[in-house]
Design a protein around this ligand. Structure first.
Ligand code: GAR
Length: 210
């Protein structure tokens, strides 16, 4: 099984989707660590509930942002993951710390990237009058939410949608999308080659639609 570490800052429902798929026998991964910058993140409780090692590391434990990121990723490296999944990890990571993990770290973001990097994606999609919204799983690079996209899932925006309603409707798709992408990576079918994502050896012309 693919050795996976998950970073999560909050609720951890995307983590739970991975846990559920793994426990159902449909996702051949092994969780080596769940880490959080928030000591009280519910994600940590979800991991503990199924016996996954956890790490809670508060940013104020380090003197600078860069020192925090270095410490966090040094602790992750000890767990020796083959893949790091950012699942609701709400911090920007120091590019110098990310560098050695290139091609081995992915993020799920609640928009159809390159639209709406950053925060408040649901509100921004509604305010723009978009007909479609969605989520993207991408490789993480130094550019915030700007790394090569692997796959996306789309949903319609309905008249009267609020950011909360839209976020909740998207969440179910996020869970499906993230599990599907991690399954492809675990099967060795997806890889990053420079800035290109390859599926079964062939460069993707566009993100997969899952
Ligand atoms: C998810 O919607 C995820 O896409 C988003 O945070 C939520 C976490 O939910 N991530 C980001 O906004 C990253 N910038 P969860 O904790 O229940 O998985």
């Amino acid at each position: 099984p693919l050795r996976v570490a998950v970073l999560a800052s909050g609720r951890g429902s995307n983590l739970q989707a991975l846990i559920d798929a793994q426990r159902a026998g449909t996702l051949p991964i092994e969780f080596v660590l769940v880490a959080s910058d928030k000591v009280h993140a519910h994600a940590l409780r979800r991991a503990e509930a199924v016996g996954i090692p956890t790490l809670a590391l508060a940013p104020k434990s380090a003197p600078t942002r860069a020192a925090y990121d270095a410490e966090l990723f040094a602790r992750i490296a000890v767990a020796d993951p083959q893949l790091i999944v950012l699942a609701g990890f709400m911090r920007i990571i120091d590019p110098a710390v990310l560098e050695p993990w290139a091609g081995r770290i992915v993020n799920i973001h609640p928009s159809l990237l390159p639209k709406y990097p950053g925060l408040h994606t649901h509100r921004r999609a509604i305010d723009a009058g978009d007909a479609l919204h969605g989520a993207t799983v991408h490789y993480v690079t130094a550019e915030l939410d700007g790394g090569p996209p692997i796959a996306r899932a789309e949903i319609p925006i309905h008249a009267g949608d609020t950011p909360e309603i839209l976020a909740e409707r998207l969440l179910a798709e996020e869970h499906r999308l993230l599990v599907a992408v991690v399954a492809l990576i675990a099967a060795g079918r997806i890889a990053l080659d420079g800035t290109r994502v390859r599926l079964d050896g062939t460069a993707l012309g566009a993100p997969l639609r899952l």
